[in-house]
Structure formats: C-alpha cells, structure tokens
Design a protein around this ligand. Structure first.
Ligand code: PHE
Length: 367
C-alpha cells in the first residue's frame, strides 16, 4: 500500500465531516479486501495504525490541527469510529489468517503413519534366552564373567594342571608378551563358561543355583559345524546332599521343557577334569521322535551337553576364598551346553557361519 495523499476537508459541518469520513471508511474497506496472509494483515495494520507513518495519524494530525475548536470534538468522535472499524477488520483478518495457518498445519489422518521397523532377537540370543528362562523357572539365577580370562580360572582351578593333556582339547588365543607373569595370571580368551563356576563360588557361600550364558573361543578350524567363537550355557548347583539323581532329574526336566514333554534323555560316562563322575547327555530326537531322520543322523538320538558332579578338587580351589565349600559337607553338579548347536537344530540352520555373518537376508527370517 503506497502512501496516498491526505484528502482535504470540505468544511466543518456535520454533513461535510460525514462525507469525508465515509470516503475514508470506504478506503478502509477497500484496503481490507485481501487480508489472507499474516504479512498482508501486518501491512494493513502498519498502513492504517502505524504510530509514526500511519494514515490515520497523518490525517487526524492534518485535520485536527487546522480545525476550529468547536469542530475538534466532532472530528475526534468520527476518528474513534474509524479506528474501531479498522481494528475490527484487523481482528477478523488475524483470526482468519491464523486459521489458514492452522489449516496448512493440520494433520491429514488419512495419510499412512511413519513406519518404524521393529528389531528382533538374533536366533542365537533367542535360543539362549529361552534356555535360560527354563532354568530361571527352576529357581536358577544368571551369572556373568569375563571373556578374557586368566589361566587360573579357565584351566587350573578347574583341575587342568599346567601341562595336562585335556588343555590340548581347548586350545585358544592367548594375549601376547606375558612371559614374565606366572602362568596362572596369564590372559587368554576363555574356552568355556566353566571359569564362571569358580568366580561365582568365590563370591558367595553355598547354596548356589546359577546358569551362565556366554561367548567362548577355541582354536577350531571353521567349517559348517565349527566356529572359533561360539556360545555356551553353563549350569552350577551346589548345596547339601546334591546327588547325581538331582543332576539327571534337573536336566531331564529342562530338556522336556525346552524341546517338548515327549523328549527322553540318556546319560553316558564321559570325562571332564572338573567333574567326577562325568557324563555326556543325549536327548531322543525331537524331530522324528527317535525313529531316525537326517537331523539325528538316523540314530534317533542327539548329543547335547556335558555334565557331572563337581570334583572335590574344584571345591579345594574355591576354599582358599570361601571356606564353606568343604567337600565333606557339600556337593554339587555342573553342566555345559553349546547354544549354537541347539539353535541350529531348532531352526534347521545347516551352516554355523550364518549365525555370525550378519546377513540381513538370513536374520530377517527370524524376525
Ligand atoms: N566346560 C565343558 C566344555 O566346554 C562342558 C562342561 C561344563 C562339562 C560343566 C561338565 C560340566 O566342554
């Protein structure tokens, strides 16, 4: 809106004044025609009501200055009316323009929402959680320990003395440049979750009922069923009068919970330095019911875990920190199972490396 000239008054009679103000009212209406944006409304406000340059002020200054005293009141009243008219125009325009702004921002509820892809558990972790939950329902709690372990916890305290041949079956990566340390303090990647048995018992007196899920490392050549990194779930139960039948009953129940109530278990003599006696546990094939199929290599049975009664020598190592582990007073059992094998069996995965490849096409099948 450009600055227009100030109209002149045709006299001070009421009729002349009414005519002059009618022309101004008309002008206000004309300039209030397209107040659809906030900018237009502000321009209109400045044009008419601007404190210094506003048209209303310039006109009233011009008209009032030269007016005779008796006309000033009449002129003033008409200016007030005009101002009210401008303000009412402003008010409705402001409402309208903010309504426009609201309309522009309004949510279109017919649009599809923002899709957030949900994550899912990795099949290994899922298997681990499910198995741990089986033992939690039997009153077990969950323990953890370091993946970088000392020779003492990984081997010596589990009754693998230095040079013992059983160490050769669990070859692993060792941290370099530790020759100056005594053997027992040297660091290596743990080969099983069993060191957490010792760490747990050192921390608390019996009774202990604990499961320890975790990652382990071995110097195994990778093939379809071997990976140098894999996962185990360890179990340890120590109390007064814990017997081999408790071990059998616990594992039989756990396998039925996990694989289905028709699954049977059987125990074979085995050897681990830290359990005596030791056993390997087989379950009847949950896929063919024991008839023989590809998954059980047509034998009807699948070997799943190692276990045994805690060797008194292991309690001997723990007693250095927790005297309550007196092998004459307490006893216990331990077991360890490979999570990867169980997950592969459960989901029909034929190559262990798929579990570690991070290939989304593989993982999406479990989401
Ligand atoms: N730690 C043994 C292994 O990795 C498994 C095991 C655990 C055996 C507990 C007996 C008791 O082979």
């Amino acid at each position: 809106m450009s600055q227009e000239a100030i109209p002149s008054l045709g006299g001070y009679s009421e009729a002349a004044l009414d005519q002059a103000f009618a022309a101004l009212a008309h002008e206000v209406e004309a300039s209030a025609q397209s107040l659809t944006s906030a900018e237009a409304v502000e321009a209109f406000r400045l044009h008419w009501l601007g404190r210094k340059q506003g048209r209303l002020k310039s006109i009233s200054d011009a008209w009032l200055k030269s007016a005779p005293v008796e006309a000033k009141k009449l002129i003033g009243q008409r200016f007030n009316q005009l101002k009210a008219q401008i303000e009412s125009r402003l008010e409705s325009a402001t409402g309208a323009s903010s309504q426009n702004a609201l309309d522009a921002e309004a949510i279109d509820i017919t649009l599809p929402g923002t899709h957030r892809a949900l994550g899912a558990e990795h099949p290994l972790i899922k298997t681990m959680h499910e198995m741990v939950a089986v033992f939690q329902r039997m009153g077990y709690s969950v323990g953890v320990g370091p993946e970088v372990e000392t020779d003492f916890y990984n081997f010596e305290s589990l009754n693998f003395p230095p040079g013992h041949p059983a160490r050769d079956t669990q070859d692993t990566l060792v941290v370099a440049n530790q020759e100056r340390k005594p053997l027992r303090d040297r660091l290596l990647m743990r080969t099983h979750t069993s060191p957490v048995q010792i760490r747990t018992m050192e921390q608390q007196p019996p009774p202990v009922r604990i499961v320890i899920p975790g990652k382990v490392h071995r110097n195994d050549a990778a093939d379809a069923t071997h990976s140098p990194i894999f996962h185990q779930i360890e179990g340890l139960c120590v109390d007064i009068d814990v017997t081999f039948s408790d071990l059998k009953g616990t594992l039989d129940h756990a396998m039925k919970e996990f694989f289905g109530s028709s699954v049977k278990t059987r125990f074979f003599p085995s050897f681990f330095p830290f359990t005596e006696p030791s056993a390997d546990v087989q379950i009847s094939c949950p896929f063919c019911g024991g008839k023989g199929c590809r998954k059980c290599k047509h034998s009807g049975w699948i070997e799943l875990l190692g276990c045994g009664m805690v060797d008194p020598a292991v309690f001997g190592f723990v007693q250095q920190k927790q005297p309550a582990y007196d092998p004459k007073k307490i006893s216990g059992f331990a077991f360890g199972m490979g999570v990867d094998r169980i997950a592969m069996m459960k989901y029909g995965i034929s190559d262990i490396s798929l579990l570690y490849s991070g290939d989304a096409r593989f993982l999406e099948q479990f989401a």
